[in-house]
Each structure stands twice: as structure tokens, then as C-alpha cells.
Design a protein around this ligand. Structure first.
Ligand code: ADP
Ligand code: MG
Length: 366
């Protein structure tokens, strides 16, 4: 899907006027605090049912209002909409005017990927961010995964309850056995996905980091010592787990490491190179999602200028052409967008000021 028209209501400082996008490239410029990230956040919210910036939904709705709306129409006239009443907590989802009950009904139609200056958290933010990234891809690419994850989470809760309470202790062995089975299922899906992701990633690092591509690798850590069975590991750590009151090994503890040879990428690469790597990773995930779901991804890049020099932006421009999907890129000014803009004919440019988004006409662009 590519967005033709976006309308928001009461979404942060956005003025709510409709925006008509280009099917390929869209560049948004504006000063700090004008509303660029808010615009991307609105699109992201529609795709994921949450923000990439905050878990506090109350901060998204325009001051003194209680409900925000985001709706889009694509180039095939398909319509998606989401509204959220922050007072009641009610979320309404509509696909082609029909009310739907689940966010996954939206996610089937729209696959939004984003790279922001905060995406570096994938390296520094601890395993939580990396888990979120991989599981998001899995959710789209392996359709059994959401069921596997739901069943696993239920079993994990039961096992933790047994670890916490003396009365539940008699059931600990029973739930440990089931827990091990579910961990194996989830770990297997993740392992398969990381292999697919790594192979797709290679294509994009060859484009964006050609001199380093061969040495880049992704290591998957399943959440317990790979040389032992989970049952063995849990037996050994039984007393400690009872003391802690939660499961300290298992599929919930998985991680992925991004390595250059054997060292973590963030230690060896410059900030600019790290950003190119993050873009390559995001493009790889977007392509996998497209291949399996047959939904064209929409790529959002917030504040492109930070960290990327002109050579990096040239490589990025070529990669975007190859990605062949709708991209929406923000920057402080048009200089930060060079040479992306000058190398493309198929684009629209917008200027954001105090939440109002105006298309810049061809005359003004030059
Ligand atoms: N809930 C809200 N209601 C109204 N304005 C908001 C809300 N949340 C943030 N803002 C304001 O929206 C503006 C745009 O922020 P942002 O999109 O982050 O700007 P940019 O990315 O262009 O720097 C900021 O000035 C901010 O103070
Ligand atoms: Mg911003």
C-alpha cells in the first residue's frame, strides 16, 4: 500500500488539513518543533496502533481534546482509519468503512517501517529494543508466530506464578515441561526468521556499506545456553529462579547481536556507518514483509540529515530507488536532503510550519 491521502484530527500539533502524497518519494522540511515527527508518528500509529516515541497515548492527543483520528486512502482507493479516545481508552478501527476489532486487521493492509535518530537504541538500548524489532518482523512474516507467542506468554505466566508461590510449587515441574516445549517452538521460528533476515540484509549492506558487507553478521541467541537443553538449564537454576520469582532463561530472553567480524557493530562503526546499517536492516525487514504479505511497505525516515554525510546520502538515494516503495523523509532544510532530491524526478516536497503542511510547488522547489 502507498498512501495517497492522509487526514488527522487532534493529532499533536497537526492542523488536520488533508495531505496528498506522491506514490514514490516525499520530502518534508521544517524547523524544529514544526510537526515533522508528529506527521510520521501519525502514519506509524495507523500501522502499529502505537507510537514510536511514547507509550503515553495521552500526550499524543491535542491539548484539551480527548480523541484523535488518523485516516488514509491509498492509490487503489482503499481506506484505513483509527481513532482513539484517551478518556475511555476506546480504539476504533475501520478498514474500508467496516469496523474491525483488531489492530492486526490494519497490519494486514499496511506495513510501516521507520528509522529515526532514536533507532540507535537497537544497539544501545539493551535487548528489549532488538527483541521488539525482530518480533515485529516475525509477526508479519511468519503468520503462526502471533499464536505461538500468545501461547508461550500464557505458559510463562503460569510458570512464574509457580515460582512465586509456595502453594504453586507442586505444579512447577508440570509447567516447566510445557514451558520448555513452547520455548523450543518460539525459538525455532525466530531462528528461521533471523536466517532469512541475515540473507536479505546482505543485499542491502552490499549497497549501503559495500566495503564492510562481507564481514557483517547477525548472531541469534535463543535465550538459554545453546550447548544445553533448556530443561537442564532450568534444573540447574531452579533454586535461584525460586528466589527471584520469575523465569530467567527461555525464549523471552532471546537476543540478536549485530557483529562486524566478532565485535559488536557499535564499537567499530562510525555513527554514519551505524545509521547506514540501521537503514539496511530496516530495508531488509521491509522487503521480507513485502515478499510474504504482498503488502508494499511504507518507509519513514525521520531527520535524515543527522549523522549522514553527502556520500552516505548518495548511497541511500540509490538504495531507496532499489527498494521501490513509498518513502516519506523529513529534514530540517533542503540542504540536508541533497543529493536525494536532486537525483529524483518522482517526488513531492512539503514544508511544515506550526503543524500546517503545505506542498511546495515546482517553482519554489528549485
Ligand atoms: N499533544 C500535543 N498537542 C499540541 N501540540 C503538541 C502536542 N504534543 C507535542 N506538541 C507540539 O508539537 C510540536 C511538533 O513537535 P514535533 O513533531 O516533534 O516537531 P519536529 O519533529 O518538527 O521537530 C512541538 O512544538 C510540540 O510542542
Ligand atoms: Mg522531530
Amino acid at each position: 500500500m502507498s498512501i495517497l491521502k492522509l487526514i488527522t484530527q487532534n493529532f499533536r500539533n497537526l492542523d488536520g488539513k488533508q495531505i496528498i502524497f506522491h506514490s514514490d518519494n516525499n520530502f518534508i522540511i521544517g524547523e524544529n518543533g514544526s510537526g515533522k515527527s508528529s506527521l510520521l508518528e501519525a502514519i506509524f500509529f495507523l500501522g502499529h496502533g502505537k507510537s514510536f516515541r511514547t507509550t503515553k497515548i495521552n500526550s499524543i492527543v491535542h491539548h484539551q481534546e480527548s480523541k484523535f483520528v488518523v485516516s488514509i486512502k491509498d492509490f487503489e482507493q482503499q481506506q484505513l482509519g483509527l481513532s482513539r479516545d484517551v478518556d475511555t481508552g476506546q480504539t476504533d478501527i475501520k478498514v474500508n468503512s467496516e469496523r474491525q476489532s483488531r489492530l492486526s486487521d490494519l497490519a494486514k493492509n499496511i506495513a510501516v517501517q521507520i528509522v529515526t535518530p532514536e533507532s540507535f537504541k537497537l544497539f544501545f538500548g539493551g535487548p528489549k529494543e532488538r527483541r521488539r524489532f525482530v518480533d515485529l518482523g516475525l509477526f508479519h512474516v511468519k503468520h503462526d508466530f502471533s499464536h505461538q507467542w500468545r501461547d508461550f506468554s500464557r505458559v510463562l505466566k503460569q510458570r512464574n506464578a509457580c515460582l512465586r508461590s509456595v502453594s504453586g510449587r507442586s505444579m512447577l515441574d508440570y509447567w516447566t515441561d510445557i514451558f520448555c516445549q513452547h520455548c523450543e517452538i518460539v525459538a525455532q521460528s525466530r531462528s528461521e526468521y533471523v536466517i532469512e533476515l541475515t540473507s536479505e540484509l546482505k543485499k542491502w549492506t552490499q549497497l549501503l556499506l559495500p566495503s564492510l558487507s562481507e564481514q557483517i553478521n547477525v548472531q541469534y541467541l535463543q535465550g538459554w545456553n545453546q550447548k544445553k537443553s533448556l530443561k537442564e538449564v532450568l534444573l540447574e537454576s531452579r533454586d535461584r529462579e525460586i528466589q527471584q520469582g520469575f523465569s530467567s532463561h527461555g525464549a523471552q530472553k532471546f537476543d540478536v547481536r549485530f557483529l562486524l567480524n566478532r565485535t559488536s557493530i557499535d564499537v567499530l562503526l562510525s555513527r554514519g556507518q551505524q545509521k547506514l546499517f540501521l537503514l539496511a536492516l530496516t530495508f531488509a525487514q521491509a522487503k521480507l514483509i513485502e515478499r510474504v504479505n504482498r503488502v508494499k511497505p511504507i518507509l519513514l525516515i525521520d531527520d535524515i540529515g543527522s549523522e549522514l554525510d553527502i556520500n552516505s546520502r548518495t548511497l541511500l538515494s540509490q538504495a531507496i530507488d532499489k527498494l521501490n516503495c513509498q518513502v516519506i523523509i523529513t529534514a530540517i532544510d533542503r540542504f540536508a536532503l541533497e543529493p536525494l532530491v536532486s537525483s529524483k524526478k518522482n517526488y513531492k516536497m512539503f514544508h511544515v510550519k506550526h503543524g500546517g503542511i503545505l506542498e511546495i510547488s515546482d517553482v519554489d522547489k528549485s
